[in-house]
Write a protein that binds this ligand. Structure first.
Ligand code: GLU
Length: 315
């Protein structure tokens, strides 16, 4: 694995290979690439294949192929999260030994039932009401008392972790409730895996879409608890569909594979995504390197970017 040192910026592309990459993913990865390449930094590729539904076979290869097709490149070997489970377990064990996490046997529906005000739930899932805090001496006690396999939940003792975002500016960093770091099925939660990996890979800057802003204070708490240096965070506006929601399949097929099948060139798709970012006029066809000279993060629009196939396909 590549671990960079010194003062150069180290960024990463961190796709979840859950399906075909779409325009929203392409936008984020282009910006992550530009942000690092414009400063002659190191860009790593990490496949985040541990979260969500089972990853279909061939999905990793397809993700890598989509990135290459767009003209994006990276440095060093590709890191795959499912090959690193022991590291996440070790980090979870350390948090357990330090009393930072506790065993929790609550199911999602129990948490939903017990969740407090709905406006709080709207922030980032239901707020954990603390049912298992102080309830069991350890994971074994939780298991024998309930017959359930426990998750490990991080004890949040602050209301907020304020931080300065590299694009979104000063953030209050509110954290609503204790959160899971290791799941009941024995795998790590996204929050823990991403912190362990970014730290182990020497990542100094994380650029991602701002739907992950509510995760950042949680990750900052994990950096503190594990005594690891946090990266700088840069959250860019989310690419949304016409209804203002995160671009997804319900908005029609905006996958790179689809455009490719329709004979749309990688240059046109990339130009389309760059135009969303205000980097080139609409209708431009280009390669990532063509954008380097004029790239400035400050040129990005402040609001959500509307992702659609409009202008890419006839009609
Ligand atoms: N793998 C995550 C995603 O594709 C990104 C996580 C991150 O950038 O921290 O949504």
């Amino acid at each position: 694995m590549m671990v960079a040192s010194g003062t150069t910026v180290v960024g990463r592309l961190a796709p979840s290979p859950t399906g075909a990459l779409h325009l929203g993913n392409a936008r984020t990865f282009l910006l992550a690439w530009l942000q690092v390449r414009s400063r002659s930094g190191t860009l790593l590729l990490r496949i985040e294949d541990i979260d969500g539904p089972r990853i279909k076979s061939g999905a990793i290869e397809q993700t890598v192929d989509d990135l290459r097709w767009l003209g994006l490149d990276w440095d060093g070997e590709v890191v795959v999260q499912s090959e690193r489970l022991a590291r996440y377990r070790a980090a979870a064990d350390r948090l357990l030994a330090d009393g930072r996490v506790y065993a929790c046997v609550c199911t999602r529906s129990e948490i939903e039932e017990a969740a407090s005000a709905p406006h709080e739930a709207a922030l980032d899932g239901p707020v954990y009401p603390g049912t298992c805090r102080g309830r069991f001496a350890d994971a074994e006690a939780a298991r024998s008392a309930t017959g359930r396999e426990p998750a490990l939940r991080f004890r949040v003792d602050v209301d907020a972790v304020p931080f300065e975002d590299g694009f979104a500016g000063a953030q209050a960093g509110r954290i609503a409730g204790d959160f899971v770091v290791h799941k009941r099925d024995g795998g790590p939660a996204y929050q823990l895996a991403v912190v362990v990996d970014d730290a182990a890979q020497g990542v100094t800057e994380v650029l991602r879409a701002d739907d992950l802003l509510p995760s950042t204070p949680r990750q900052l708490l994990l950096y503190r608890a594990l005594e690891l240096p946090p990266p700088r965070f840069v959250h860019v506006p989310l690419v949304v569909g016409p209804d203002g929601r995160r671009l997804a399949k319900r908005h029609g097929d905006t996958s790179l594979r689809w455009f490719r099948q329709q004979g749309v060139s990688a240059e046109r798709v990339l130009g389309h995504v760059a135009a969303l970012c205000g980097l080139v006029p609409p209708g431009t066809a280009c390669r990532p390197h063509d954008l380097l000279a004029d790239y400035r993060l400050e040129r990005l629009p402040r609001g959500p970017m509307l992702g659609s196939e409009h202008g890419l396909l006839p009609g």
